[in-house]
Each structure stands twice: as structure tokens, then as C-alpha cells.
Design a protein around this ligand. Structure first.
Ligand code: TYM
Length: 344
């Protein structure tokens, strides 16, 4: 059972990334370890080149992200942690997979529509092909489970379709039963906090690229900033205030989810615990305390780890070597099945 996930390089990873994804990487790592397997995690620097970006910053942002992952508990000795650009098999597979990817499907991707609308100068072909590169990330490793937040559902469905279409098109044996050349992976979504919303605009997801600084809880914010942002979170004007989830209560629902996820409770349990609260202030203070307590160890370890770039590079080099050793035979099979290159 192979766990795989990817994350974009930025130092501004936020609470949505943590609750929706990063903390589940750590659980995935432990599950894989218990099963005698290695989970695989990738910092996707090639994906970062699909929108306007500063080349001088990309490497730093990659180190920031690796340091965040290590600080959150990923262990490069137990898992494979690599940088996408270090594994050339992945962009090669991307190209090969474009042959079984429908242009119309890519056109329907929400993320493409949103991000292309944000670009001021150029909507790159890379942004359009982003989901194919993401499919190649996972399919090159024949991963079974992909822990991600809710916003990645459409990308995961597409990668499953790509794998199925590839097997149907190129895996045909003489008996007519398609061989599973590429494993069809499954998305794994959190039961709580799969979609954390912006504190200032709770109808929108918390996001690095489109949110406001005040509405986004960055993992590397200090405790006071976190508290201030949560205290200023938009709620509603219901009188008397009711600490329950519901339609028309996006802000309160989001705070309940945040508190539930950071105290390992269900949202129902959180609601039950706050029936005597006097107002939304109590919910906000409880959420701020819980978020800060959850993130304190990560923040502390990040500060220790980020300074040693040589150690980060060394860990990534080991990761790249292990990753390539898995991807190379998959690529060889894909090329052979597609009739690309010399006969095997
Ligand atoms: P990225 O870097 O934007 O996000 C990393 C992870 O964080 C989750 N996430 C959220 N979860 C809950 N609430 C939110 N507001 C929120 N915002 C983000 C994302 O769902 C994601 O799991 N396309 C991916 C990167 C990627 C990838 C892959 C993922 C590239 N290749 C292969 C899995 C497998 C992305 O945009 O990540």
C-alpha cells in the first residue's frame, strides 16, 4: 500500500495545507512504516513554474517547504522526500500521458479557470497541463493512496481517468483484458477540515494565491498574529449568537472545524462543548489557543531546520535517488507499451 502526495513550494504554507494535507502525510508515513513500506512526498517545483514566479526565489521556497515538512514530522529515513525537478522521469511521463488526456477535460478544471484568470501577462501552456504533471507525479510511483484536501478532488478524478484510459489503450493483452500498467490511485480526504476557509471571506477557501493576508493563517505566523487574525475572523450577526455549523454560518462553521481538527474532536463535540459560551469571542479564543498549541512544535523545529540548507539538499539527494529507482522501471514499461524508443 503506497502513500503519495505532493505540495507546492512556498514559505507561506497555511493552516488549510496543514489540516487538509500535511498532518495526514505524517499519518500516512506511520501507516506505511507499519506495513514495511515507504510513503513518498514531493515538493513540486516544476508545478511552481506554471504561473508567474521569481526564479531567484524558487529554490528558497523549496527549502522553506522541505523544512516545514520535516518540522511537521516527515522523516527522510522512513519516507521518500524528493524535489520534483530532480526526477526527470516525471516530466517524461507527463508528455507520454498527454496522449491519453482529453483537451476538453483539462479545459473543465476549476483550478485552471481560477488561476488563468489571475495571470496578468501570460496564461502558460504549463498551467493548462498542470493536472497531467500531477497525474504523472502519482502514476510514476504506482501509488495507491493520495492524501489531499478537498480542492484536489477534480485533479484526482482526472488522474484516475488518465490511468484507466492508459491501461485500456496500451495495456491490451492478447486475451483482451487490459493489463494494469499504471495503478489507479485513490484520493484520501480528511473527515474534518478538508476545506479550511478564508477567515475574512469564509465562502472562499484559504489559499496562498488568492486570499488576503488577514484571512490566511500562515503556519509560520507567530502566536500573537495567529490570535489577532482569529479574533478578527468574520462570523455572522445572529442574535443571540449560536455556535453551530450551518448554511449562512460559513465563518462560524469554519472556526468550529478549525477547533475540532486542532483538538482531535468532531465538530459535533466542539459544538456541544460550547453551548454555554457567551459569544463568538469564546470560540475564537479557544480556536487561537488550539491552533497555537498545535503549531508550536512545528514553528520551533522549522527555525532550527531551515538554516541548514546543506542538510536539506543532502536529504533531497537521497530522496531523488530512491524516487528514481522506483520511477525508472515504470517508465521503461510505459515506453515499451507505447512503442516509444528501442525494443526492450
Ligand atoms: P498545494 O501546495 O496547493 O496544497 C497542498 C495540500 O494542501 C491542501 N489544501 C487545503 N486543504 C484544506 N483546506 C484548504 N484551504 C487547503 N488549501 C490547500 C491541498 O488539497 C493539497 O493537498 N496540486 C497540488 C500539488 C500536487 C500534488 C501532486 C498533490 C502536485 N502533484 C501529486 C498530490 C499528488 C497542490 O496544489 O498543492
Amino acid at each position: 500500500m503506497r502513500v503519495y502526495s505532493g505540495i507546492q513550494p512556498t514559505g507561506r504554507k497555511h493552516l488549510g495545507n496543514y489540516l487538509g494535507a500535511i498532518r495526514h502525510y505524517v499519518t500516512g508515513q506511520e501507516e506505511a512504516r507499519a506495513a514495511g513500506d515507504e510513503a513518498i512526498f514531493c515538493v513540486v517545483d516544476l508545478h511552481a513554474t506554471t504561473v508567474a514566479y521569481d526564479p531567484a526565489e524558487l529554490r528558497d521556497r523549496t527549502y522553506d517547504t522541505v523544512a516545514i515538512l520535516l518540522a511537521a514530522g516527515l522523516d527522510p529515513a522512513a519516507s521518500i522526500l524528493y524535489r520534483q525537478g530532480d526526477v526527470p522521469e516525471v516530466p517524461e511521463l507527463t508528455w507520454l500521458l498527454t496522449s491519453v488526456t482529453a483537451h476538453g477535460d483539462l479545459n473543465r478544471m476549476h483550478q485552471f479557470k481560477e488561476k488563468s484568470a489571475q495571470q496578468r501577462e501570460l496564461v502558460s501552456a504549463g498551467l493548462f497541463l498542470y493536472p497531467v504533471l500531477m497525474a504523472a507525479d502519482v502514476l510514476a510511483f504506482r501509488a495507491d493512496r493520495v492524501p489531499v484536501g478537498d480542492d484536489q478532488r477534480q485533479h484526482i478524478e482526472l488522474m484516475r481517468d488518465i490511468a484507466l484510459r492508459f491501461n485500456a489503450r496500451f495495456g491490451g493483452g492478447d486475451d483482451g483484458e487490459p493489463r494494469e500498467i499504471l495503478r489507479v490511485p485513490e484520493g484520501v480526504y480528511p473527515t474534518v477540515a478538508a476545506r479550511i476557509m478564508d477567515l475574512q471571506a469564509p465562502e472562499r477557501k484559504m489559499s496562498t494565491s488568492s486570499g488576503s493576508i488577514e484571512g490566511t493563517l500562515y503556519l509560520l505566523d507567530d502566536a500573537r498574529t495567529t490570535e489577532k487574525k482569529l479574533k478578527r475572523a468574520v462570523t455572522d450577526s445572529e442574535n443571540p449568537p449560536r455556535i453551530v455549523r450551518g448554511p449562512e454560518k460559513a465563518g462560524v462553521s469554519n472556526l468550529i472545524d478549525i477547533l475540532a481538527a486542532t483538538t482531535d474532536r468532531t465538530p459535533d463535540e466542539v459544538e456541544a462543548s460550547l453551548t454555554d459560551a457567551r459569544g463568538y469571542g469564546d470560540l475564537k479564543v479557544a480556536a487561537a489557543d488550539a491552533v497555537n498549541a498545535t503549531l508550536a512544535p512545528l514553528r520551533e523545529r522549522y527555525a532550527e531546520l531551515r538554516g541548514d540548507e546543506a542538510a536539506i539538499e543532502a536529504a533531497l539527494a537521497v530522496g531523488a535517488e530512491k524516487a528514481r529507482a522506483i520511477a525508472q522501471p515504470v517508465l521503461a514499461e510505459v515506453r515499451e507499451a507505447m512503442g516509444v524508443g528501442p525494443r526492450a
